[in-house]
Design a protein around this ligand. Structure first.
Ligand code: F6P
Length: 551
């Protein structure tokens, strides 16, 4: 741990200026802000890498943005960004560099870790993945019995699952429709059973994805897959044709029985939740092909370049990250709702939950002091119109402030024309645009009365408004755009971690649960009455579970 002590964030003059600004002007209504500046809706926007971001419906003005940028500068955002891109060990608690940006850098780039340029290795793995994908997609990689592989099952959890499944769902339109892709993550056996029940083992490839190759859930599911495969193919040598591994741990992969010739590596400087563009994305590449995967990487890279070079006032990740800090620390918001108006992005909120919450769900600073301000917000969400008929009521009229990110596209990937010549997509986007407007401006009691509503109902039909949102629009959901969108959130998460002074790249918080689960597993599966030394609730639950199971 080499991090030097930092000044307390809340003691910084820039923080205190924001606090004073929030007290004086934080409650101004968006109606007022828009009325005062007729060009606000065009001015408070930024555009890069095919993404148009409208943050005019956030509760900020020029002064807020100026103060937020000053805070970022005081926290040395520029220096920390350079340190990340240049491979410094900014993941202080694990002593690791943080170089997901190197995974999408072009072949001629140079990024050193411990004096060694990592880019040639990155491209060597990408080339091996590409060669494998071409063989499998071209039916020259065959299963043990000589049948082509038609089914791909990705086994992994957390970053070894959420990125692959999100990307597959997002890019389904570009995927091989004659192949089946499934994703198994949960240690609940149902996940594996349902994912494989209709598949022919002779036509199925398992990708076992695990950075550490020690994760309980993944190893249990990989063993289940092995048994499932051998029960049908009845020959140990079949494993080599039906299993590949993606990991940083060649030793454990070998122990599991997968030949390292069938292993695609990555490196300890790639965090699990930042790994979808490493070999962890092999299933994505098998689905959309090596060219599509390279377009995805190019989208990530273009956003990386934008982030590291654009001025703060036009920098999308910086704006998104800083506005998030404003909402969280100065307006008291606790969550961010991510609302894609695009069915293909249905797993995007789940993906962002790990990215943002595992990264910024921290309560101590880099130098180990407890924070006295709120850090990572709770991310959640659902595809747009489904959410409208479910939880939007609370966003519109509940007592909590819930900033929203609306995401939409100009063109549908699968048009569905309406009889009048328009497309169903127009209805979808009309909803997106209307929601942002309704949340911002609401409906006053006088407006409700003017509609002739009975006085008793006026309070119920009044919408307070002033509920902040950002709208992100792009032309079409292509691999390139998806890469840019994910990198936008990655870097916004980083910006927030820098200001909060926390380590956004470790995840010690998930360790305790893992350790206790191992101990409890032994108590559940052992013979006879185990000697239980937990608290009275945990002891009783273990006894009750055993009794229910054995009834
Ligand atoms: O949940 C903790 C975690 O370590 C994540 O950060 C990671 O993405 C996941 O477990 C899976 O880990 P692995 O890829 O090593 O199996």
């Amino acid at each position: 741990m080499t991090a030097s002590p930092m000044p307390e964030l809340t003691q910084r003059p820039e923080w205190q200026a924001l606090r004073a600004h929030a007290e004086a002007r934080g409650q101004r209504h968006l109606r007022e802000l828009f009325a005062a500046d007729p060009s606000r809706g065009e001015r408070l926007t930024a555009e890069a890498v095919g993404l148009y971001m409208d943050f005019s419906k956030q509760r900020v003005d020029d002064e807020t943005l100026h103060l937020l940028r000053a805070l970022a500068e005081a926290c040395d955002l520029a220096g920390r960004t350079r340190a990340m891109f240049e491979g410094e060990k900014i993941n202080a608690t694990e002593g690791r560099a943080v170089l997901h940006t190197a995974l999408r850098a072009p072949a001629h780039a140079k990024v050193e870790v411990d004096g060694e340029n990592v880019i040639p290795e990155v491209h060597a793995v990408l080339d091996r993945m590409g060669a494998f994908a071409d063989k499998l997609r071209g039916s020259s990689w065959l299963g043990h019995t000589g049948k082509p592989i038609r089914n791909v099952v990705n086994i992994g959890i957390g970053g070894s699952d959420l990125g692959p499944v999100m990307a597959y769902e997002a890019l389904r339109h570009f995927s091989r429709r004659d192949m089946t892709f499934r994703f198994v993550s949960n240690v609940d056996g149902i996940d594996f059973v349902e994912a494989t029940h209709d598949l022919d083992p002779a036509e199925t490839l398992f990708i076992v994805c695990s950075k550490t190759f020690t994760t309980l859930e993944t190893l249990a599911n990989a063993q289940a897959a092995r048994r499932w495969c051998l029960a049908a193919l009845k020959d140990e040598t079949a494993i080599a044709r039906h299993f590949v591994a993606v990991s940083t741990n060649a030793e454990e992969v070998t122990k599991f029985g997968i030949d390292t010739a069938n292993m695609f590596g990555f490196w300890d400087w790639v965090g699990g939740r930042y790994s979808m563009d490493s070999a962890i994305g092999l299933s994505t590449m098998l689905a959309i092909g090596p060219d599509g995967f390279r377009q995805l990487l190019a989208g990530f890279h273009a956003m990386d370049e934008h982030f590291r070079s654009a001025p703060l006032e036009r920098n999308l990740p910086v704006l998104m990250g800083l506005i998030g800090i404003w909402n969280t620390d100065f307006l008291g918001a606790e969550t961010v709702a991510v609302l894609p108006y695009e069915q293909y992005l249905k797993r995007f909120p789940a993906y962002l939950q790990q990215l943002t919450m595992e990264s910024n769900g921290k309560g101590v600073t880099l130098d180990g002091r407890p924070v006295d301000y709120a850090t990572g917000a709770i991310y959640w969400g659902e595809p747009g119109t489904n959410g409208q008929h479910s939880f939007y009521q609370l966003i519109h009229q509940g007592t909590r402030l819930i900033p929203c990110d609306f995401i939409g596209f100009g063109q549908p990937l699968s048009p569905l024309p309406l009889p009048d010549g328009s497309d169903q997509h127009d209805l979808l986007m009309a909803n997106l645009i209307a929601q942002g407007e309704a949340l911002a401006f609401g409906k006053t009691a006088d407006e409700v009365r003017a509609e002739g509503v009975a006085e008793a109902l006026v309070p119920h039909k009044t919408f307070p408004g002033n509920r902040p949102s950002t709208t992100i629009l792009a032309e079409r959901l292509t691999p390139h755009v998806l890469g840019a969108l994910v990198a936008l959130y990655e870097h916004a998460t980083f910006v927030q971690g820098v200001v909060w002074g926390i380590d956004s790249f470790d995840q010690w918080g998930v360790e305790l649960g893992k350790v206790l689960a191992k101990r409890t597993a032994a108590e559940l599966t052992g013979r006879g009455e185990p000697e239980l030394t937990h608290d009275s609730s945990t002891n009783a639950l273990i006894r009750r579970y055993r009794a229910l199971r054995d009834a």
